[in-house]
Structures are given as C-alpha cells and as structure tokens.
Design a protein around this ligand. Structure first.
Ligand code: UDP
Length: 339
C-alpha cells in the first residue's frame, strides 16, 4: 500500500513512517519543517520506498498530486504544543483549519481514506475524567489564546465528520493524548523531553504550577500500533477514537521519576504558570482517556510502562549528546541513529 503522511517529519509522523516502511509499505511525506525536522527522518531518506517533499499542505497542487499517489492519507500536519499556540495563534488557526480543509478536499476528489489526528486538548477543561468520546467539550473564552488550538482541532473534527456524512469520504478521527518517546522535542513546551534534558544537564527541573496536575503518557510505539490497527478496521470509519493510556502520574511525580531514572542531581523547581506561559493561562488538572472504544475496535490497549518509556527517552538524549560532542571535537560521526 501507498501512504501519504502530512507532517511526516514530525515526532509521531516519523515513527509512523518507520513502522509502515518496516512492514513493506510505500511512504510519501509532506512536511514544511515548521515543527518537524530533517533529523527525524534522516535515517529514512535513502530508503527506496520513502519519498519526501519539504513543502506546505497549503500547496494545493502538490497536495493533490501526493493524495493521488496514495491509497490512504494520514493527516498529522498541525501546529502543535501549547507554547507554540500561545506564541503564534494566527499560524495555529490557519494551519489547522485551512490545511485540514485542503487535505479533505483533495482526498474527497479521489475518495481516499483520511486518518485525522486530533488531540485530547479538545476536551478542554472538562473535569469528567476519564474522557468519553461522546462527552461535552468544555472550552474557555476566546480571549484566552490557548483555547484557539482546541477550537481549531474541534473544527477539524467537524469538517472531517461532515465530509463522511455528506460526501461519504471515509475518515477516522483520533484524539491523541500525551504521546512521548525518542525524537520528541521540548522546544514547544512538551514536558517529558524538557524534564529529561534538564535532568541530564544538571539544570533545574521546571515544574509549572503546583505540579499536582496529572497526565497519562503513552509510548509513541503504542500510538503507532493503535493507528495501524484502526486503519485496518472498517468499523472505525466515521468514528472519533481516543488513543493514549489511562495510567495517571502527577507532573511533580514525573519530575521525581525522571530525576531518579537519570540519576540526576538536578533540583526540582516550581514556576508559576503566568511566568511559564502567559497571564491568565489555564491548565488542565487531569487528562485521562476512556480507552474502551479503542479496545473494542482494535483489541489493543497501550501498555508500555512509563519507566521503560522514560529510559528510552533518556537513552535517545544521551546518544544525541554523544554524537554532538564527537562532532564538536572534530570527529566524523554518523547522525544519531534512530530508535
Ligand atoms: N509542564 C511542566 N514543565 C515543563 C513543561 C510542561 O510542568 O517544562 C507541565 C504543563 O504545564 C502541563 C504538563 O506539564 O501541566 C503537560 O504539558 P505538555 O505541554 O507536555 O502537555 P499538555 O499540557 O498538552 O497535556
């Protein structure tokens, strides 16, 4: 099969590309490298079944051509990460809404299955955990920037589901909960890569707010496994499905665990939200998915233990640091090998 991955040079997209290639499929990626990176796919670039275009999904002609080449479209391109959204709201809205519309339009012309990545952020500040796919979405006011991300992704979901209802375009919408693993960057505020980098550098581990807010962290390999099972399930078409784990850990607890696993002497410091983000920033206290639907549709439930995930992320950072140090010392080394 031939697959197009928009956002294929991103953290999740690159892992998905790797898994598809490993099972013998052909992969096209379209990525404008805004948050993705060449580093993520360097090890795939010479693969004979891997094709990449560093361009925007807003390039309508290229997008149509790539959709035509593919049997299934994974739409992962989006402005991601809370920090990026707070800092660049215009780009967030444009990329997420206009970009998705273009992807659906192009896919609709050839009736190609579209797999659309949405986010747990759409549940907003609902406190009715675990979050059920049919639950109400509770967003804050439009004057608070962070909600623009949730609103834009909710609109993406409406768009995708409307294409299914009105035009019979097969779509699968998934809401990804906190996904972590090697190659995720901390540049856009994601907590685990930030903590691991800080712990390895001996810098303070920065817990925002009280640290009593919690999240459930899912290994990117489990996320990819769930995605691949869903696209092979006809009952998933026209559905919205949570992907994540339901094992909760407080952010303070995560800081201690990272410190322990990396044997770091970093202090753990607490930073008020208004300093970390912007005045009036509202954080979600808990974010737990209900996974019954995923399990019913696929027979699969992500289960990689958090210790193991953290160890792999630590190993990835260490490998990168070693490669960087060797380069700085004038040695010739290959780019850090992928996981
Ligand atoms: N967070 C933190 N320190 C950091 C980065 C994030 O304490 O250096 C917190 C953040 O405020 C949130 C949690 O960790 O409560 C998860 O943040 P992330 O951006 O990774 O995911 P999301 O908020 O989208 O669940």
């Amino acid at each position: 099969m031939r697959y197009l991955i928009t956002g294929g040079a991103g953290f999740i997209g690159s892992h998905l590309a790797e898994a598809l290639l490993a099972r013998g499929d052909e992969v096209f990626i379209l990525d404008d490298l805004s948050t993705g990176s060449v580093e993520n796919i360097r090890h795939l670039k010479t693969h004979e079944r891997f094709h990449y275009c560093f361009d925007s999904i807003m390039n309508r002609h290229l997008l149509s051509e790539l959709v035509d080449e593919s049997d299934i479209v994974f739409h992962l391109a989006a402005a991601v990460g809370v920090r990026l959204i707070v800092e660049s709201p215009v780009r967030t809205l444009e990329t997420n809404v206009e970009g998705t519309q273009l992807v659906l339009e192009a896919a609709s012309k050839k009736n190609k299955l579209v797999f659309m990545a949405s986010t747990s952020e759409v549940y907003g500040k609902s406190d009715r955990v675990p979050f059920h796919e049919e639950a109400d979405l509770v967003l804050g006011p439009t004057t608070i920037g962070r909600w623009s991300y949730a609103a834009s992704k909710a609109l993406d979901e409406f768009l995708a589901l409307s294409y299914w209802k009105e035009k019979k375009l097969p779509v699968i919408v998934v809401r990804l909960f906190n996904t972590v693993g090697p190659r995720q960057t901390g540049r856009y505020g994601m907590v685990l890569p930030n903590f691991v980098r800080q712990a390895l550098e001996g810098a303070p581990i920065t817990v925002y707010g009280t640290g009593r807010q919690s999240r459930c962290f899912c290994d990117v390999r489990d996320t990819v496994a769930a995605i691949l099972r869903l696209i092979g399930t006809s009952q998933a078409v026209g559905e919205v499905v949570n992907i994540g784990t339901d094992r909760e850990i407080s952010i303070e607890g995560l800081a201690h665990l990272v410190k322990q696993r990396s044997q770091s002497h970093s202090p753990i410091t607490y930073i008020p939200y208004e300093e970390a983000y912007e005045a009036g920033f509202e954080d979600m206290l808990r974010r737990v998915p209900l996974l019954d639907k995923l399990e019913r549709l696929t027979g699969f439930r992500p289960a990689t233990p958090l210790d193991e995930i953290i160890d792999r992320v630590i190993a990835h950072f260490q490998k990168r640091t070693d490669a960087g140090a060797a380069l700085a010392a004038g040695g010739i080394v290959a780019a850090a090998a992928p996981e």
